[in-house]
Design a protein around this ligand. Sequence first.
Ligand code: HEM
Length: 217
Amino acid sequence: MVKQKTLYKLLASVSILFILYALIKNYIVDPEAAGFLNNKTGLKRELNLPVWLNVMYIHVAFACISMAAGLANFSTRLMEKSRILHRWNGYIYLISVLIVVLTSGYMAPYATGGKISSMGFNALNMIWPFITIVALVQIKKKRISKHRNWMIRSYAFCFTNLLIHLITALFHYGFGFVYATSYTIGVYGSLVLLLIIPTIIIRAFLDQSGKKAAVSS
Ligand code: HEM
């Protein structure tokens, strides 16, 4: 239980910091995404900048909503207070995930790193909603611990952007790779890590028998 409380506090700190970072960076510091777009070289399709930027704003807004809604729903305190709130918040999470994936579908063909990066994003566009819908199906069947585990797997994908940028920075600044190549490695590296890390967390922090029902306090 103590381990789960610590885990939730850690998750909450990372999520809140990342939400604040994403909002400040994309709406205040660099609303034109100039820093990011400068690294796009040799695009096969012409990018319609105003449309791309508006799609990106919607993408970031719903990404932040999904992160906040998901975080709130891992709190047992909230669930104990109101099951209805948990349920509605869950639907807000689900709809946000679908909007993030839809907007991602628009941006994917223009992805930094070209076609290989686009394919990675399209894989993410299928895997994330699939995992989220499996989580929903589990709770419809009243399998609480399975629902929790699939939601942990789903929530991990809220950190896609953070992880892509961390891996890209490591390969670009750390190992001297070209930015576009580092970004492609970032897309696939995060895809793999986001599938593996939740499994490790579930095994290490949550009981094997599947009797415990929540992550937090
Ligand atoms: C949930 C947290 C997420 C946040 C905060 C977020 C944020 C962003 C931001 C700010 C950008 C603009 C470029 C940049 O600075 O990176 C972006 C681009 C993009 N995101 Fe997300 N994103 C998230 C999750 C996802 C997920 C899960 C997917 C795929 C299913 C995705 C797909 C894309 C695509 C395809 C682009 C365009 C990449 C490019 O042009 O190279 N994002 N995202």
